[in-house]
Design a binder for this molecule. Structure first.
Ligand SMILES: NC(=O)c1ccc[n+]([C@@H]2O[C@H](COP(=O)([O-])OP(=O)(O)OC[C@H]3O[C@@H](n4cnc5c(N)ncnc54)[C@H](O)[C@@H]3O)[C@@H](O)[C@H]2O)c1
Length: 372
């Protein structure tokens, strides 16, 4: 699959390495508004002659690329992806789907109207330990309570230290997306409170506690801080799932630890034993996302991370931010419909605007498989 990659920043460089090593994709061009940044990244990759450009669609036409990998800043995700889909190019984009939920819904509708695949690379989904956690939770009868603790003290400098909600918006989306994946259930309501400890080096709130109530009645709680010196958790956080027939703990780095209840049915214990003895998921990180994206283009299937399915993770982030502001529990359906109204008002493409309007409900539209 010949692809152009867009964005030659920190994460863009990581994608270039993965694209170069991939047996499924061929890197045929690199795009950045900053051509010097693109030139430096191509040279550092050992591809000084790689075709460069400032526009993904133009460079794709010139190089024969048939797909786009979008690793630009979140504010550019909507324009870059919209243009690519309209030009008949499927897109694999970095998280978040877009800078706002309204823009993400516009991209969902654009994917429907164009019939092109837009998959969001939410890299933790492709962690084999997350797959094990999810499978173990299912075997134990599903989780009633799932928790994530995230405590780290990075000093990034730059935009994160100026954001209003750096932890929720830039980091917690990974945990929220993983929680949806592990629970296999969608959020119905979110409550959140945020704070900025007196010793924080962030302008915005670097600590947060959020509770997500799912449609099936499970409770997911997230507590975290980005200014937490001392004993730090892994970058994935520390997870505990409490299930009908046992529990699963995951430190975010090593294999999850499954504890089957003593009185669990024999078939549950046998299932867990088989899972632990069995093979691990072959997909990992962004290389896994790329392999799944290319396979979906070959087979026409709808992969995990496809934008219909992914948008709800951004909805949880926006719900958490709204709840932190109001002090109220935020109903996800109300939030989704408000974002649709915002998307309709801002939409410039008539076909996309009509599609947004035609959805009977946003939740139902997101749950429906993307039309081929
Ligand atoms: N999955 C992860 O673990 C992970 C980690 C870091 C970053 N990310 C995500 O990756 C994305 C990029 O992050 P980063 O840290 O590399 O940012 P960055 O600021 O280092 O780089 C972004 C690049 O995009 C370019 N750009 C901006 N608008 C553009 C446009 N319209 N067209 C072409 N190029 C444009 C910029 O010039 C810059 O070179 C973000 O969405 C971020 O959330 C994901």
């Amino acid at each position: 699959m010949p692809v152009v990659s867009v964005g030659a920043g920190g994460m863009g460089r990581a994608w270039l390495e993965v694209l170069e090593a991939s047996p499924d994709a061929e890197l045929v061009g690199l795009v950045d508004l900053d051509l010097d940044a693109a030139r430096r990244a191509a040279a550092d990759l050992g591809r000084p002659d790689l075709p460069l450009g400032r526009d993904a669609v133009e460079l794709a036409r010139a190089t024969g690329a048939r797909a786009v990998v979008d690793v630009t800043v979140p504010a550019a995700h909507h324009p870059v992806t919209t243009a690519a889909l309209a030009a008949g190019l499927p897109v694999l984009g970095e998280k978040p789907a877009a800078a706002t939920l309204a823009q993400a819904l516009s991209l969902v509708a654009a994917a429907e109207v164009t019939g092109e695949l837009f998959m969001v690379s939410q890299s933790r989904r492709w962690n084999p330990q997350v797959s094990l956690l999810r499978d173990a939770v299912a075997l134990l009868g599903g989780a009633g309570t799932l928790t994530t603790e995230f405590f780290r003290a990075p000093r990034f400098g730059g935009f994160r230290e100026e954001m209003e909600h750096p932890l929720l918006v830039d980091m917690a989306i990974h945990a929220f997306d993983t929680a949806r994946h592990v629970l296999g259930d969608e959020p119905a309501a979110v409550w959140c409170t945020t704070s900025n400890p007196p010793w924080s080096w962030y302008r915005g709130d670097a600590s947060a506690a959020a509770v997500v109530i799912t449609g099936g009645g499970a409770r997911y709680s997230y507590t975290g801080s980005w200014c937490a010196p001392g004993e730090e958790t892994s970058w994935n956080g520390r997870w505990t799932a409490s299930c009908a027939h046992g529990s699963v703990r995951w430190d975010g780095d090593d294999e999850p630890v499954v504890a089957v209840a003593e009185d669990a049915p024999a078939e549950v214990r046998a299932g867990v034993d088989a899972l632990l003895a069995g093979p691990r998921s072959p997909f990992d990180g962004i290389a896994g996302a790329l392999a799944v994206f290319c396979a979906a283009l070959r087979t026409g299937g709808s992969p995990s991370g496809e934008v219909h399915e992914n948008a709800m993770s951004l909805a949880v982030v926006e719900a958490a931010v709204a709840s932190a502001g109001s002090g109220q529990v935020v109903d996800l359906d109300e939030l989704l419909e408000g974002a649709r109204a915002e998307a309709v008002a801002a939409e410039r493409d008539e076909r996309v605007r009509e599609r947004l309007r035609a959805w009977p409900g946003v939740r139902a539209a997101l749950a429906a498989p993307a039309p081929a």
